[in-house]
Design a protein around this ligand. Structure first.
Ligand code: ATP
Length: 513
């Protein structure tokens, strides 16, 4: 645990030091759970967004994108259920005055039991060595089975009580498990209450004429209300999808995990409209497709897992998360939800307009079913950033901090460094920059010894460094250094573009899907 916390602290300070993420309004001591993306962060974020957009929109003939407004007609949120049901169960500790999500407290309790299972596995693996079979151990070891059953019972009870809005039982469960305030150890809890997460604001000049509106808590509804507009003007045939990236706002109760849980964040969502009855098939397909997208970035298969939901949201008939191994453990990165026809039907009802598709093959109209894939861009940023930040002990005993970002996502693809700041080397370096910048984001640096500049680029995540030296003036060649292997190679300036392209091109990466 201490090691994890340590790693997370390093992630936070590195994100600031290397111009990735700043606290919002830092000079005023910040605004809780709101962050700004800095000069490198904005590039990484844009590249993740593009990587998603290319995979979801450009690579699919039957998926198109939109960019809907953040403010929507307030009835949208009545229809979607957000006014009545977009709540989190919160509980306060009477002694510490700290506020928590009751469900999160219970989930964290279960995560601790899971930690015990992992310990048993590690112990057994050590004891049995080569002969150890993890699956068999998990299925047969009595202690592990006991732990697992405890987790299952707790989560099933919590799911049922939340579904039945039985908040008193959630409190009882917290008491029975003797869950204490993680900060102070106090078990002096208030009742559990529901808390609506939407930010409200006013449209209109005067108090009498103003209308209450909301900052959208998800981008999905902008897609649903435009479903028929897009279908008709794009002449889309079912099955088809509408994708969107954009800001969403939630007044989160617990917001202590950096950009993992923010009050203002960005989502990348795709709603896929299908024939009723085929949703299960599409749901499975999108689960697998989305996992493949994650795996294409090469961040380790073992760092992802599916978590199928016991407690389904009011609109869903199946739901799963893709969880990622963040520095604080496995947590939701993306949700895949089979949303049925709930949203379109609700908008039909509230607007009085038909939102149906005429199926020529079936010769009838129907309200399509929807399978959604929804990923938080900021969470994806954190997954990529935290997974990439590594410390290596080199042969000479020194430590190297390196941000091994997937090259396709790196803010700068290449740094061009004249060996010295004289003898015409900067001029040659500048020429290379001028040529490469049409294709890649290029960084130019002539300050400090070249070794120091390499380390700076390693820590900033730049996949390639190019050094121009005195020989370059004669042989039109440079030294190219690879961030991950630190290998250096002499190549012709004319070959550079192809060498870099081969490693940073979206095609190279997406083709791994
Ligand atoms: P959680 O259970 O963590 O609150 P959720 O299930 O409410 O998340 P969804 O409504 O399914 O999340 O939203 C889809 C995605 O949006 C999530 O998988 C997550 O990546 C992202 N997301 C949701 N809330 C936040 C937030 N407060 N800050 C950053 N990203 C978020």
């Amino acid at each position: 645990m201490a090691k994890q916390e340590d790693q997370f602290k390093k992630v936070l300070s590195h994100a600031k030091e290397y111009g990735y993420v700043f606290q919002s309004s830092e000079i005023y001591d910040g605004l809780s759970a709101v962050y700004d993306y800095a000069q490198n962060g904005v590039e990484l974020k844009k590249n993740i967004r593009e990587y998603w957009w290319k995979a979801m929109v450009q690579m699919h003939e039957n998926i198109v994108g939109i960019d809907a407004a953040i403010l929507m007609h307030p009835t949208t949120w009545k229809a979607s259920g957000h006014v009545d049901a977009f709540n989190d169960p919160l509980i306060d500790n009477k002694d510490s005055k700290k506020r928590y999500r009751a469900d999160v407290l219970i989930e964290e309790y279960c995560a601790k039991i899971e930690g015990k299972i992992n310990k048993e596995v590690a112990k057994a693996a050590k004891r049995f060595g080569e002969a150890f079979n993890k699956d068999e151990f998990l299925a047969t070891n009595n202690r592990v089975l006991g732990y697992q059953e405890k987790i299952n019972t707790i989560l099933a009870r919590m799911g049922k009580s939340l579904e039945n809005e039985d908040l008193a039982d959630i409190k009882t469960l917290i008491e029975e498990l003797e869950i204490a305030d993680p900060l102070t150890g106090s078990k002096n809890w208030t009742e559990v209450k529901q808390f609506n997460l939407m930010f409200g604001t006013q449209i209109g000049a005067s108090a009498e004429n103003s209308t209450q509106v909301y900052l959208r808590p998800e981008t999905a509804q902008g897609i649903f209300v435009n479903f028929l507009n897009v279908q008709k003007t794009g002449r889309m045939k079912i099955p088809f999808g509408i994708a969107q990236t954009g800001k969403a706002f939630r007044n989160e109760i617990v917001a202590r995990q950096f950009i993992f849980r923010m009050r203002e964040f960005e989502q990348m969502e795709m709603q896929f409209f299908v024939k009723p009855g085929t949703q299960k098939e599409w749901y499975e397909k999108w689960k697998q497709t989305r996992l493949k997208w994650h795996l294409s970035l090469g961040m380790g298969k073992e760092n992802y897992r599916f978590h199928d939901h016991d407690k389904l949201a009011h609109y869903a008939d199946a739901a799963a998360d893709i969880e990622f191994n963040f520095p604080f453990g496995f947590k939701e990165l993306e949700g895949i939800h089979s949303r049925t026809d709930f949203d379109l039907k609700a908008h039909e009802e509230y607007s009085g307009k038909k939102l149906q598709y005429f199926d020529h093959e079936e010769n009838k109209s129907y309200v399509p079913y929807v399978v959604e894939t929804s990923i938080g861009l900021d969470r994806m940023f954190l997954a990529v950033f935290s997974n990439s930040l590594q410390e290596e002990i080199l042969d000479n005993g020194t430590t190297r901090t390196v941000l091994k970002l997937p090259a396709v996502l790196a803010p700068y693809k290449v740094a061009v460094l004249p060996l010295v700041k004289k003898d015409g080397l900067p001029e040659v370096a500048r020429k290379i920059v001028d040529d490469l910048k049409w294709d890649f984001n290029v960084f130019y640096d002539e300050k400090d010894a070249v070794g120091k500049r390499y380390r700076r680029q390693d820590a900033a995540g730049t996949p390639f460094c190019i050094t121009v030296d005195h020989d370059s003036l004669e042989d039109n060649s440079i030294t190219i250094r690879h961030r991950d292997t630190m290998e250096q190679k002499r190549v012709k300036i004319s070959e550079l573009k192809e060498i870099i392209k081969a490693e940073v091109d979206v095609k190279t990466w997406l083709q791994k899907m």
